[in-house]
Design a protein around this ligand. Sequence first.
Ligand code: SAM
Ligand code: SF4
Length: 474
Amino acid sequence: MSGMPALQLTERAVDFIDENHIMGLLAGKRPDAGRVREIIAKSLAKQALSVEETATLLLADTPQLNEEIFETARQLKKNVYGNRIVLFAPLYVGNKCVNDCTYCAFKRSNTLAIRRTLNQDELRQQVEALENKGHKRLILVFGEHQAYDPEFIAKSVRTVYETKVGHGEIRRVNINAAPLDHEGYAIVKASGIGTYQIFHETYHHETYARFHPADTRKGNYLYRLDGLSRAFEAGCDDVGLGVLFGLYDWRFEVLSLVTHALYLQERYNVGPHTISFPRIRPAVGVSLDENYQVDDESFKKLIAVLRLAVPYTGLILTARENAQVRRECMSFGVSQIDAGSRIELGGYTEAGDAQVMEREQFQLGDIRSLDEVMRELMNDGYVPSFCTSCYRVGRTGEHFMEFSIPGFIKEFCTPNALLTLEEYLVDYASPETRSAGERLIAEELAKLPEGDTKNTLLQRIRGIREKGEHDLYF
Ligand code: SAM
Ligand code: SF4
C-alpha cells in the first residue's frame, strides 16, 4: 500500500451506529395501526422521520398497512417531486484495488478479473460515446489504489468536462470512490464535482469485519463511516450514502442509513443529497451465501420506507436491477436512475451485446439503451430529465427548495426537465422515442399554469426544436 496516505482519524470522528439501540427497536412489537397512520401523516407533511418512527414503519407488516405505506410513497413522489426522473450513466475509470471486499470482483485476491485503468484518451473516448447517446450526467467509479489518488480523480473529472462532441457535453460529474482525507476531498472538489458517494456496504460491525478483512484499508469501519463527515469539513457539501443490500438484515441497514442521514443533518446542517440501495449481484470470482438476500417485496418496502423517512433526499435505483423490477419500483419515490449503462472498463466503445464478467465489477440486470429506457419512462408518464441547472447557477440543496419554496417545481424543475428532454429528442432520440417525447411534452405543457414562465418555456422549446438552440434553462 505504499504511496497511499495513512488512515488518520480526526479527533471528533465518532461511531454513531448504536447497534443495541437499533436491534432493540427492531425487536419491538407490531405497532398499532393508529400509530403507523400518525407517522404516515407526518411524512405527507414532508417532515423527516426519526429512527424510532422509521422502525415503526418497518415493523408494520400487515398487508393493509404495507399498502398504505406504498401508497404514501407514491403520493409523496407524485405530489412533492412531480413525475421527473433524472438520468445518468456510470463510467468505470479503473478497477485496480488494494482491498479485498468478499463480494466484489475487483478485490485484490481475484485472479479472474482483468485489470485496467483508462488513460485520458481512452476516458475521452468513453465520454464521447456517452455524449453521442445523449448523456449529460455521469458518475465516475474507481477502485481504491495508489494510482487513483485525488489528483488522478480530479484530472479525470476535468477531462470529462473538457470532452465535447457535437452538441454533447457532460454537465455534472459525480464520484464513487474510496473515502479520502480532508486534503484529498479539497483537491477533488476543486475539479467541480457534484455528489461524492460512499456506500458503507453494511453498518453492522461484525458483518462489516467479515466482508472487509482487517488488514485492508477498507477494513477500518470508523474511517469509512467518518468519510462523508470529512467530505463536509473539506467543503464537499453534496454527498451520497448507500448500503449494499444482501450482506445483513435489510431492516437494520435502513435504520442505520436514516441514523447516518440524521447525523449529517444535525452536524453539518445538510442531509445527504442521495441514498443508493444496490442489491448484491453475481460477480466473477465471488460466491456468497444468500442468508440475507433481499426479496423483491422487501426491496419495495425498503424503498418506500426510505422515501417516507428522508423526504429531502434523492433516491437512486441502479441498473443492477432488471427492467421489470425497475419499472415496478420507480413509483415508490425513486428520483434518479442510470440508463444505457455498461460497467466493463471501456464498455461504452468495446462491449458487444453480452456482458463480459471478467471485465466488470458485477453483472448488471438492465443493459437496455438510453433511448429504450427513455421511451418506456415516457410511455409510463414520467418526464426524463437531464437538468443540471441548480448546480450551475449555484442553487445548491435543490431538494430542499423543491419542498420548501412554494411553486419551485413548476417554476424551475418541470420547465428545465422539459427543455433538456426537448434537447435530447432533437439531438439523439430514435423516431419512435421522439414522437413519444413530443406527445409527453405537449401533455406537460397543457398542465402548466398560464403566465410568464410558460410563455418563455414555449418560446425556448421552439428555439430548440426549430432553431437548434441549446443549453437553455431557468
Ligand atoms: N472502491 C470504492 C469503494 O469501495 O468505496 C468505490 C466503490 S465500488 C467500485 C462501487 C460499489 O459497488 C461498492 O461500494 C459496492 O456497494 C458495490 N458493489 C461491489 N460489489 C458488488 C456486487 N457484487 N453487486 C452489487 N454491487 C456491488
Ligand atoms: Fe475495491 Fe471497492 Fe471492490 Fe472493495 S468494493 S474490492 S474497495 S472496488
